[in-house]
Design a protein around this ligand. Structure first.
Ligand code: ZN
Length: 214
């Protein structure tokens, strides 16, 4: 007996696949795959599925208050968010804003210098420096680097704790040496950010921040 719900998608494929996304389990199987085999297949993977579901539920709950505008993340610190304030201000545990639309302005005014400082510091370490650095808004990525040496960084990295922010900057700076995601590129990233694998995983949980406040 399986204690989770799942959706079965049958197609002309030959292999079996399971995905767990946003708390939903989807099983992809060949057209003529029997129900008995399906149950056995799910049973064999049920530990893995349960683990994924639990992880996703945990991260959904963990950031519920951020998503509901009750709190806001600033450089990885969760602070209380008060909207409708007479003027924008911030203390150690609360951010007061006239409206949510002021959040970007507030963060850029008070924190964007740390992006420039980090890029300069990390660039010196790696031995590269961008031609230009721009702070932008992206819907689905944290940063970009092009062949002219222009690095664009999503202003939303100011929500992230410093090690995560650093990984993003190291990633884009290493693209100044390798404009691809080759093994050489990742070796370079690892040299300057040894825990990048863990950080990349953590960053996936933070992806919702690229869509928030729109
Ligand atoms: Zn990249």
């Amino acid at each position: 007996m399986l204690d989770f719900e799942y959706t079965v998608m049958r197609s002309s494929r030959r292999s079996l696949g399971i995905t767990v996304r946003d708390g939903r389990v989807i099983v992809r199987v060949p057209m003529r795959f029997s129900n008995e085999s399906l149950c056995r297949f799910l049973g064999e993977h049920s530990d893995w599925i349960q683990k994924k579901l639990a992880e996703q539920e945990q991260s959904r709950q963990r950031f519920a208050s951020v998503k509901e505008y009750r709190t806001v993340l600033i450089c990885g610190t969760e602070k209380k968010l008060l909207l409708g304030a007479a003027k924008n201000s911030e203390s150690t545990d609360t951010v007061c804003l006239k409206e949510i639309a002021y959040l970007r302005k507030w963060l850029e005014k008070n924190y964007s210098s740390c992006i420039e400082e980090d890029v300069y510091r990390l660039g010196k370490k790696i031995g590269v420096m961008p031609e230009d650095l721009q702070v932008r808004d992206f819907k689905a990525k944290w940063g970009s680097c092009d062949s002219r040496g222009l690095i664009k960084i999503n202003w939303r990295i100011l929500f992230l704790r410093p090690p995560l922010r650093e990984y993003i900057l190291v990633h884009e700076l290493c693209h100044l040496k390798f404009l691809n995601h080759s093994a050489d590129f990742w070796a370079e990233v690892e040299q300057f950010c040894p825990s990048y694998r863990k950080l990349r995983k953590e960053l996936k949980d933070m992806a919702f921040l690229t869509e928030l406040y729109r």
